[in-house]
Write a protein that binds this ligand. Structure first.
Ligand SMILES: Nc1ncnc2c1ncn2[C@@H]1O[C@H](COP(=O)(O)OP(=O)(O)O)[C@@H](O)[C@H]1O
Ligand SMILES: [Mg+2]
Length: 394
């Protein structure tokens, strides 16, 4: 029985999953989910492109790794495949919860897990009446946020956004109003406005991986990816920050595993990447200026990593490119400032571990170029083991 992998286009993560499957001796079968006809009728189903019929291939598969990049397409892929009797990693209920930051936070909150103070207001900033007038609600929304969060520093974010896009910090009501005015209902923010109190984190936040195999407890990896730097209050690496592999305090691992349970419910297997922040509230042992100097020293070796990442040979000769990336990363990780920053983060996490909050769950995390090399976690292996565990237990 083979395992399927579904994606729109083969990026490094998908190439990495393929490579890992080969190394593990697993037969991994590609399933397209873009220009295909998914057909249902009284005789059953078919899935085919103009050139090829995939129906038989899919009938022989028991588990599918869902790597569609678009959240909407990924959710539909899970809906379709589960209706056709397949197990999907992640299952549609997990995918649905992860899709929305509010739904994710509600799951955490129901399980009594720590989250940032959050307020959701279901009205849109601007409403159109039937006779063509516009009603502006941003003043009321701002007042509701300020009243509930009782704090001037407010983070407004699109419910289904990624990569820090549209995540904005307002330091007073006058900054909040134009941010709210510009929010329009969209695919990443279907309805209403979501806001949080600014968590007083330091220069880093965390990407923590939790996985579950069939008939086992959720497992949180002992290491995590810290996104670190002073470039933006959003520490997304997309915005120029660096990555550091860190060892997690056991308390944080325990909370993360519970977050897995809260999102995964009774699902047989899943893999989630949680975003979490540590509220240090000024409890710092090192001056920011000193850290900034260390980051600066680290820049050349991180730039070398970024250069390899941008190298086009990753498309044409993946294994050779991958070796180059690994070498660049090893060099970056062996720098003195890297080891120093890693120590500072580990120390800060240990001291403030009870102020951890979880704020996001990613169902299809990127991993090959960063999480794998910084934190030493090959998510491909976890995904494949999850799939195997379902097959072996049936
Ligand atoms: N409440 C908050 N307090 C402080 N920083 C935040 C808060 N919410 C988000 N951020 C910062 O912004 C980044 C992006 O926000 P996030 O909710 O993870 O959205 P995205 O899906 O775009 O990654 C986070 O990684 C974090 O660094
Ligand atoms: Mg995030």
């Amino acid at each position: 029985m083979s395992i399927g992998i579904l994606f729109e286009s083969s990026e490094t993560d998908e190439k990495g999953i393929n490579m890992t499957a080969e190394q593990m001796g697993i037969d991994l079968v590609y399933i397209p989910f873009r220009k295909v006809a998914v057909r249902l009728d009284e005789h059953g189903y078919s899935i085919r492109t103009k050139a090829k019929d995939y129906t038989k291939v899919i009938k022989d598969i028991k588990v599918v790794l869902n790597r569609a990049q678009s959240k909407n397409r990924r959710l539909f892929a899970a809906n379709v495949l589960e209706a056709f009797g397949k197990h999907v990693i992640n299952p549609q209920c997990v995918e649905y919860a992860c899709f929305s930051k509010l739904r994710t936070l509600l799951h955490f909150w129901q399980a009594g897990l720590p989250t940032p103070e959050t307020v959701y207001v279901p009205v849109d900033s601007t409403e159109k009446t039937l006779d063509g007038r516009e009603i502006h609600n941003e003043g009321d929304i701002a007042d509701l946020f300020l009243m509930e969060l009782n704090h001037q520093n407010i983070v407004v974010k699109p419910d289904a956004g990624t990569h820090g896009k549209g995540v904005q910090l307002a330091k007073e009501r006058n900054e909040l109003l134009p941010i709210l005015r510009d929010i329009q209902p969209s695919i990443i923010n279907p309805v209403g406005v979501l806001a949080q109190k600014l968590v007083q984190k330091w220069f880093y936040d965390l990407r923590i991986i939790v996985t579950k195999e069939d008939r086992k407890a959720p497992y949180c990896y002992p290491t995590a990816l810290a996104r670190a730097g002073f470039k933006d209050f959003r520490t997304n690496t997309f915005l120029g920050n660096m990555v550091v592999g860190v060892n997690l305090p056991s308390h944080i691992r325990e909370v993360a595993a519970k977050c897995g349970k809260a999102m995964g419910g009774d699902s047989k297997a899943y893999l989630l990447a949680f975003d979490a922040m540590v509220g240090v509230n000024g409890n710092k042992d090192v001056e920011d200026e000193h850290l900034m100097e260390e980051f600066e020293k680290l820049e050349p070796s991180f730039d070398a990593v970024k250069k390899v990442k941008g190298d086009k040979t990753k498309r044409t000769s993946f294994p050779a490119w991958n070796r180059k990336l690994e070498a660049a990363f090893e060099n970056y990780k062996s720098q003195e400032p890297y080891l120093y920053i890693k120590d500072v983060i580990e120390d800060s996490m240990e001291k403030n571990k009870h102020n951890i909050v979880f704020h996001e769950a990613n169902a299809c995390p990127e991993f090959w170029e960063q999480t794998r090399l910084a934190a030493g976690i090959n998510i491909a292996e976890a995904l494949l083991k999850g799939a195997q565990s379902i097959i072996n237990n049936e």
